[in-house]
Design a protein around this ligand. Sequence first.
Ligand code: SF4
Length: 469
Amino acid sequence: MCLFHRSHARAASDPSNGPMTATASPTSPGSAPGAAPKISFVSLGCPKALVDSERILTHLRAEGYELARRHDGADVVIVNTCGFLDSAKAESLAAIGEAMAENGRVIVTGCMGAQPEEIREKYPDLLAVTGPQAYESVVAAVHEAVPPAHDPFLDLVPPQGIKLTPRHYAYLKISEGCSNRCSFCIIPSLRGNLVSRPAADVLREAEKLVKAGVKELLVVSQDTSAYGVDIRYAESPWRDRQVRAKFYDLTKELGELGAWVRLHYVYPYPHVDEVIPLMAEGKVLPYLDMPLQHASPSVLKRMRRPGNQERQLDRIRSWRATCPDLAIRSTFIVGFPGETEAEFEELLAWLQEAKLDRVGCFEYEPVAGATANALGDPVPPAVKAERKRRFMEAQNGIALRLQRAKVGRRLAMIVDAVEGGVAKGRSKADAPEIDGTVHAAFRRPVRVGDIVTVKIDRAEAYDLYGTVA
Ligand code: SF4
């Protein structure tokens, strides 16, 4: 998982930040004995890995496999691993260990599967180990372990496929891999270079999701703004027209589908400017998840980051002039090898100027295989921790001021849960899992997935409180 992509607003206050974990829920709990073979599934890692899990499950479900609630009741367990950081690897190995202990018939896939030796060394009895995006190999391994029960009359799969997210939002993966070579990242060696999906494929999937009740589409990839570069922006037929595989064109078409569209992992390339008017017009959400990682030009150079980093502030100012409600979230790394106090202070000063809405901060972790490890003296752990604390303290002040400016406003909220007379949801400025929550009292009935208007009465650095209008 690219933790550096998956930004966490609560990085300072919530030590549980880390890879997302999803366990598949069965669609028919407690199915009759002797029925179709059962799969237990563990999905670790980022939203991109979650989309891979959904594809595998959709395929298997279409073949008649059932989903088991527990490892010990399943015919086979699949663990989709995350191998980006050492901490994510440790979590993946622990999940494999649990599956081996509780079941013993285990197939491993995902990012960590790109380094099978490490897994095999610890768990030599695994049924199979396959790499990321190797759907067919996973399915083949399942067939070998437990053949599908053939039933030509089975029609178990909803048209939008199996989703691990709640029904009202869904991740939409537009490409695989990455052609950048950021020095701290091994994703390209795990997932390969950028491979974009044709625009019409993405749009067809998005349309199906919206027809099935999805209200919010979360666009993900490793580098969303580079979409289509590898296929030279090829056109594909969609409805009565040809659509180019280009960031702006795809975003514009997605904005026509009638759902909230949220853009993740966008780099500050010049052409990103083009989508800001779509946000100002209300076609897509005024939200940009833009992992910037640092602001000191010398550190960014050592990081080999894409995009024109030096003019970021001008860019952000002009975006906000076009779209005043734009919420920008980002992630930063502190303690990059050789980072000096002066470079860190450049970052702090930049943060005060940029006034980003949501920010996550990670201490540099020397991932095995990352070229950055050799770029400078490691920053001592205590210094890294102290810089993270100072960084998040500065950001908390900024976030609180921005949040307080929302008091008295009426904001749209998508409802994620209704508990004890309070609806919990997210404003347009809040992505699921990583941003804040809006807590709203209500008098008329509200349901999960509704988009309601909330009058904001009170603000904290992350969360807002109010009443459904
Ligand atoms: S953009 Fe950089 S950090 Fe992100 S996946 Fe590509 S190489 Fe890794």
